[in-house]
Ligand binder design. Structure first.
Ligand code: ADP
Length: 244
């Protein structure tokens, strides 16, 4: 159940400055933004601009030296490639998502199978990660995140290791989960196309700060060939000089 209401941001960064080490230039400089509940925000920007660092601060893995990060949401992360345990089956990899929960083994198996069914990979419960395709591994990673009923999902380049077709199918899946389960999404991507297809807001990062904030109000699902989608892609690309 959600612990927030629709008017309160689920996550807020206020004037956040962060450096990985003392005496080196800050990786994030005075970053402020809020995530409204049920929103889908995608962060784009050149490599090294601080996108993944934002996710590390959201999870609490690193702490801001200046400013504040407030996160009231039950948060889970989806990593590139799924980040599965190679020695565990698909089913057990999904059950990792229950760590710390007081549940019977039978209930865990039931809920994990339900998540695998939701992701269309319920026949793969006994398979090991080495026998799965890149797209299947990523689906297992998503199922593992979903079993804990997250309110905020962080996605770090979730489609970047996949071929175009698989990436498209998975991105449709992420959008479906977002709209059906009302999970707030914060995704980091190097792909402006993915950002414009999915986001209701795009944050363009440059040198550790937000250079542009671009709302995308077109209805979803979107079609990549739609001239309005193409116009926004062009606009966003124009804000990232070193991209492409
Ligand atoms: P992006 O995701 O936009 O490619 P990152 O957030 O990964 O950028 O990195 C931003 C900057 O922080 C880069 O200059 C990178 O070298 C540096 N950085 C990232 N992780 C670490 C770390 N663990 N220790 C020190 N510097 C880091």
């Amino acid at each position: 159940m959600s612990t927030t209401n629709n008017h309160e941001p689920i996550l807020s960064f206020k004037d956040v400055t962060f450096a990985y080490e003392p005496h080196v230039p800050a990786t994030l400089k005075d970053v402020s933004f809020e995530l409204p509940k049920d929103s889908f925000t995608v962060i784009v920007g050149p490599s090294g601009s601080g996108k993944s660092t934002i996710l590390r601060l959201v999870t609490g893995l690193d702490k801001a030296q200046k400013g504040s990060v407030q996160n009231t949401a039950r948060t889970r992360m989806i990593f590139q490639g799924g980040a599965l345990l190679p020695w565990e089956t698909t089913l057990n990899n999904v059950k990792v998502g229950f760590t710390g929960r007081k549940m019977s083994e039978a209930q865990k198996t039931h809920d994990a199978m339900a998540a695998l069914t939701e992701l269309g990979i319920d026949t793969l419960g006994d398979s090991y990660p080495r026998h799965l395709s890149g797209g299947q591994r990523q689906r297992v990673g998503i199922a593992r995140a979903l079993v804990s009923s997250p309110e905020l999902l962080l996605l770090d380049e979730p489609f970047s290791a996949l071929d175009i077709e698989t990436s498209k199918r998975l991105s449709d899946e992420v959008l479906r989960i977002h709209s059906e389960q009302h999970i707030t999404m914060l995704m980091v991507s190097h792909s402006v196309e993915d950002a414009v297809m999915l986001a209701d807001r795009i944050l363009v990062f440059k040198d550790g700060h937000i250079a542009e904030e671009i709302p995308v109000s077109l209805p979803r699902p979107r079609t990549i060939t739609d001239p309005e989608v193409q116009a926004i892609i062009k606009h966003v690309q124009g804000t990232i000089p070193s991209s492409g």
